[in-house]
Design a protein around this ligand. Structure first.
Ligand code: NCD
Ligand code: ZN
Length: 352
């Protein structure tokens, strides 16, 4: 059988995206809007988006920055804090523009210092979210400095997520950017309404990518550093199996997280991989590796919409089998951003 030369699928959505703000946002937004119909936009700005009013303002800034004619729709989120009130959750729900509330354990990742210090402080907000059926989106890592960075997702599931879901069994939960076999297994088997997003980079790379070039040369590669950090090959294989498998609980979320070049190539480089400019192509590459290109549409275009209770998109995109090289840098406000896989060749390209 000849390999396919093009793939057409229903226009996908990105269920986990960092757009940032201001001129930098205006530069990265068109990359996402070209590929995706909608995206769940993360609220970890400085200061974070903690109210429905701030979410509406942020949404308006995004819409104003869209390229002419774009019909891209930003789906907003609130940033959960120890002080999020029941009224704010109700305002978010009735706004119609807020589609989830994000839990960042304080200090877990970029701009998470206003995050939750103890989930027990969020009882009222979580009760209201459960009642109003507003999903909780979780960065699932513990932050205890004693816990090994590679074990933080597993510890979060055992120590925080299991008790949380026992206390709020009706709460809709998305475990974001899962990175381990244990997380995939938990999400596949758990009771109740739970799903997980999976990034393209966790499907394509294991943790060697942080320390080795594709041809095996040693060296720290900061653009491959994100949180949760890339894991061992067996975890990548488990994520590929989950993404390409039968369960409707796994769907696309890029976690594209741009940082200025100088803040990545730094003695204390920021966590985050910028993948928005090549996202669907990277997912296609991963699905092809698993012999599952036929499942890409379900993962990228159907399951997330179904879980969030939104209509499936009707437009289509086409990917052509046409090698191209990921550019070295792209515009990012007053600076530049280095895309993940810069200089690498991808076999699929989005056709305009
Ligand atoms: C994200 C960012 O830079 O905002 N970084 C990352 O490594 N994924 C934050 C996050 O989602 O953890
Ligand atoms: Zn993220």
């Amino acid at each position: 059988m000849n390999a396919a030369t093009s793939i057409t699928l229903t226009r996908p959505d990105d269920w986990h995206l960092h757009l940032r703000d201001g001129a930098a946002m205006a530069d990265v937004l068109p990359h996402t809007a070209r590929q995706f119909a909608r995206a769940i936009v993360m609220p970890n700005l400085r200061p974070p988006v903690t109210t429905a009013a701030q979410a509406a303002e942020y949404r308006a800034r995004i819409v104003a920055a869209l390229p002419a004619g774009s019909r891209f729709e930003p789906l907003m989120t609130l940033y959960l804090t120890d002080n999020t009130s029941a009224e704010e959750i109700r305002r978010a729900r009735s706004s119609g523009i807020v589609h989830g509330v994000k839990l960042y354990p304080a200090g877990a990742t970029t701009n998470s210092d206003s995050g939750v210090t103890d989930i027990r402080r969020c009882k009222v907000a979580l009760e209201t979210m459960q009642r109003e059926d507003l999903p909780l989106l979780i960065h699932g890592e513990v932050t205890d400095p004693q816990v090994d960075v590679f074990d933080r997702e597993g510890r979060f599931i055992d120590d925080v997520l299991l008790p949380l879901r026992r206390s709020f069994p009706g709460l809709r939960v998305v475990l974001e950017h899962i990175t381990t076999r244990a997380a995939a297994q938990y999400v596949a088997e758990a009771e109740g309404r739970i799903a997980a997003t999976i990034t393209a980079h966790h499907l394509l790379y294991n943790r060697n990518a942080i320390f080795l070039t594709p041809d095996g040369r040693a060296g720290v590669r900061p653009h491959y550093y994100c949180l949760p950090v890339l894991k061992r090959e067996m975890h990548r294989q488990a994520l590929l199996a989950a993404a390409t498998g039968e369960s409707a609980r796994f769907f696309l979320g890029t976690d594209s997280a741009p940082h200025p070049k100088g803040e990545k190539e730094n003695a204390c480089g920021c966590a985050g991989c910028f993948t928005a400019a090549s996202a669907i192509e990277m997912y296609a590459m991963a699905f092809e590796e698993a012999g599952a290109l036929g499942r890409l549409e379900e993962f990228a275009s159907f399951r997330g919409a179904d879980f969030y209770g939104l209509p499936r998109n009707t437009g289509r995109i086409t990917l052509a089998r046409r090698s191209w090289t990921v550019p070295a840098e792209l515009a990012f406000g007053r600076t530049t951003v280095v895309p993940l896989a810069a200089g690498e060749t991808l076999p699929w390209q989005l056709a305009d």
